[in-house]
Design a protein around this ligand. Structure first.
Ligand code: ADP
Ligand code: GLC
Length: 487
């Protein structure tokens, strides 16, 4: 067995704000058959604590960044968890990163330094009966893990830093450095300095033994000025240890054949059964029941996701006989833009701004088109759910979207390999053109059904990608995987 501790600030089904949670929740299960035992360390936010029915305290800290704390071990829905119970850091209302007013917690540097510090302590033997060989850190919230390992008391544990989104860098002022419990050499050697302040993500990228990101195209893009967000130089210099491994999805959690959120279940050969689900989606979003393609969004409403571009295409989309269901929240101006469109086009455009896991499944199971016009997209999961559910993805050609959707150009349609509509560049004009192309394809019923079927048959499971992580772990520690056959 290879023992890996995954460190993440959100993990489905305990706490989720986006794709990171899905990945952190699915990966341990995908790795288990491959000879990798993955435990997961996460903060004890109230929603997490409330789900730990059977828990055991396995360690305690007299002072973890300003207060007493305990480390709890628990199993929840097949996940082997270590949870930091530190009320002074995590026991408060709101989300994992921000308060109820939407503003980031001012002590986030402490809250996530604590997460990383505990991981480091576990890596160097805090627990008598558990010593991981690898600490696998996700995003900036765990970015200090590799730095503690590199600069504090030496330990043999290996580290991996995974980037799910380079836009979130964990940047704080220098004044917090002395409080981080990180050896001063990290400052001297420039491992944490970033444009005059500090960046937790930069520290992880500089210090980890291996780096991964969530698709091969994004792994290339982030080495360029256009997508590198100031870190391209560092990423170029570490290109030899940077791997792009495409996310999968939990195909049991996301299965149109038995999804409890869907009134009607179906498979690749019975996509016409989606009609009842389409009606249910229309009902939930206040749309009327006319024909024509039902476009949908399930997303954070942000600039990254290109939602401003989509908002500008709505009038054209509706004039062509389309309808739009938007499930998402985020920037107030964008929410208001979609709300205004819903008022302008009653029965044609509907928006639900809550976070609703069930509704997100229903939309995938009933809408015709999943629209994802991202300006950048490290991987993206909603196009994978779309493929699995026959909700044809319409995506910009960036990052993981480019790696997972095959455009329905005539050659691909002819060859029967198309799985969606892909456009470039990520501009409003190109999106408008792609929407018009979607109407044309939707009008060719046989072509459309074939594209749905083809998408539903594409492999979006974790299987292939989990193998890649398992190989990476095994190479990093020079230990063969138990499940490897001698041949
Ligand atoms: P990101 O992590 O950048 O937000 P991803 O596509 O990787 O993008 O993951 C988004 C995840 O969040 C998906 O599981 C998607 O279904 C979910 N999601 C986004 N908005 C909502 C919402 N309003 N309600 C329910 N699920 C949502
Ligand atoms: C980030 C990215 C998204 C990716 C997810 C999981 O939130 O924005 O593209 O799918 O992480 O890796």
């Amino acid at each position: 067995m290879i023992e890996v501790l995954s460190i993440a600030s959100e993990v489905y089904p305990l706490v989720k704000t986006g794709g990171l949670a899905d990945v952190a929740g699915a990966l341990p299960k995908a790795l288990a058959p491959l000879g990798v035992a993955m435990r997961t360390l996460l903060p004890g936010y109230p929603v997490v604590m409330s789900k730990l029915s059977d828990r055991t305290a396995v360690a305690s800290f007299a002072d973890l960044f300003g207060g007493a704390a305990r480390l709890l071990a628990a199993r929840v829905e097949g996940l082997d968890l270590l949870v930091i119970d530190a009320p002074h850091l995590y026991d408060r209302p709101g989300g994992p990163y921000a308060g109820p007013d939407g503003a980031d917690w001012p002590d986030n540097w402490q809250r996530f330094a604590a997460l990383s510090f505990v991981a480091y302590e576990i890596g160097r033997g805090l627990l008598p009966d558990y010593r991981p060989q690898i600490l696998h850190a996700h995003d900036w919230q765990a970015g200090l893990v590799p730095a503690y390992v590199a600069f504090n008391a030496p330990t043999r544990v290996k580290t991996i830093q995974t980037v799910h989104n380079l836009a979130f860098q964990g940047r704080f002022g220098w004044e917090v450095f002395p409080e981080l419990r990180l050896d001063y050499r990290a400052a001297d050697e420039g491992a944490i300095e970033f444009y005059g302040g500090i960046s937790f993500l930069k520290a992880g990228l500089q210090c980890a033994d291996a780096l991964t990101t969530v698709s091969p195209t994004y792994a290339q893009e982030i080495r360029t000025e256009a997508y590198g967000m100031g870190l391209q130089g560092l990423l170029q210099s570490r290109a030899d240890v940077l791997h792009g491994i495409t996310n999968g999805i939990d195909v049991h959690e996301w299965n149109p054949g038995d999804d409890a959120a869907l009134p009607d279940h179906y498979s690749a050969t019975t996509t016409m059964l989606r009609a009842g689900n389409k009606q249910a989606v229309a009902h939930e979003f206040g749309l009327d029941g006319t024909d024509g393609p039902l476009f949908a969004v399930v997303s954070r409403l942000t600039w990254q996701k290109g939602m401003d571009m989509l908002a500008h295409c709505i009038d054209d989309l509706v004039s062509r006989g389309g309808r739009l269901a938007v499930l998402g929240s985020g920037e107030i101006a964008l929410e208001n833009g979609f709300k205004a469109a819903a008022i302008r086009h009653p029965g044609k455009v509907g928006i639900v701004t809550k976070y609703d896991e069930r509704l997100s499944h229903l939309v995938q199971g009933g809408a015709d088109v999943m629209v994802i016009p991202s300006r950048f997209e490290p991987c993206g999961l909603t196009q994978l759910y779309g493929l699995r559910y026959g909700c044809v993805p319409l995506v910009s050609r960036v990052g993981g979207l480019a790696d997972t959707v095959i455009d329905a150009n005539e050659a691909a349609v002819e060859a029967g390999v198309a799985t969606g509509i892909v456009f470039a560049p990520a501009t409003q004009e190109a999106l408008g053109e792609a929407i018009r192309r979607t109407f044309a394809l939707y009008g060719r019923e046989k072509v459309w059904r074939k594209m749905q079927r083809r998408g539903m048959k594409s492999d979006v499971s974790w299987e292939a990608s989990a193998e890649k992580y398992a190989d990476l772990y095994s190479n990093l520690i020079g230990q063969k995987r138990d499940d490897d056959q001698d041949d």
